[in-house]
Design a protein around this ligand. Structure first.
Ligand SMILES: C[S@@+](CC[C@H](N)C(=O)[O-])C[C@H]1O[C@@H](n2cnc3c(N)ncnc32)[C@H](O)[C@@H]1O
Length: 229
């Protein structure tokens, strides 16, 4: 098989092409250790982990050609709805040793998986058991961040983002909101539901620069990216 080709599409985020197939990937911060059975590639002595856009809204947004991706090397990120840490593990690769990820979920089972599989091997990930609707309860555990990322699939997704951004987001920082239209209204038109969530963000001073559909990777999902003006 031909040697893999590597392109950096955003800082620390890559596309690997091998045998006519293109994979999104991040450079593995813990070489030799994978987290959910993802394939790896070794290129010029560095290990890269494949990042599946059908299992990660952030990967789906990148594959859909998002123009601005604010999670960078050195970023501090508050991640709401971490589940067992599939996407968190890639965010940890992207921010690297000089950044940090506070990974929050209210499911004890998910948090246990996140601890066992991800954060015990990665010093730049702090797991938090908490309810994203009540940020004041975990405020002492989180510092000011460059990015608040939310993937909580709740009816009041945008309000949850606004509450967390107002407590934790630096001025000029970015909010990334994964919107699942069916969590808000099962029969409504997804495009109208996305707009209603954008209005909630904008009403709170979060200037939305992008709203991108995540289809075909995630049905009835979009990602809004906003800046705290
Ligand atoms: C779609 S899954 C997240 C998948 C994950 N972001 C990933 O890409 O690997 C949604 C997660 O949000 C969590 N969640 C939902 N509502 C929450 C809340 N109010 N506070 C904290 N976590 C919440 C659920 O327990 C679930 O693990």
């Amino acid at each position: 098989m031909s040697a893999p080709q590597l392109d950096e599409v955003f800082p620390n985020i890559f596309k690997v092409r091998q045998g006519g197939v293109e994979y999104l990937a991040t450079r593995n911060l813990t070489p030799g250790r994978t987290f959910y059975g993802e394939p790896t590639f070794t290129i010029d002595g560095q290990e890269y982990r494949s990042w599946n856009p059908t299992r990660s809204k952030l990967a789906a947004a990148i594959m859909k050609g998002v123009a601005l991706q604010p999670i960078k090397p050195g970023s501090n990120v508050l991640y709401l709805g971490a589940a067992s840490g599939t996407t968190v593990s890639h965010v940890s690769d992207i921010v690297g040793d000089s950044g940090h990820v506070w990974a929050l979920d209210f499911s004890a089972r998910s948090l246990r998986d996140l601890l066992d599989k991800v954060s015990r091997y990665r010093v730049n990930v702090s797991p938090i058991m908490g309810d994203a609707r009540r940020p004041e309860e975990y405020a002492v555990l989180v510092s000011r961040v460059d990015v608040v990322f939310a993937d909580v699939a709740q009816p009041n997704q945008a309000e949850i983002m606004v509450k967390n951004a107002s407590l934790f987001l630096k001025r000029g920082g970015h909010a990334m909101l994964s919107i699942k239209s069916r969590s808000i209204d099962v029969v409504g038109r997804p495009s109208e539901i996305y707009r209603s969530q954008v209005e909630v963000l904008e009403g709170a001073g979060l200037r939305v620069s992008q709203l991108i559909s995540l289809e075909p990777y995630e049905k009835d999902h979009a990602m809004a990216i906003a800046e705290l003006a």
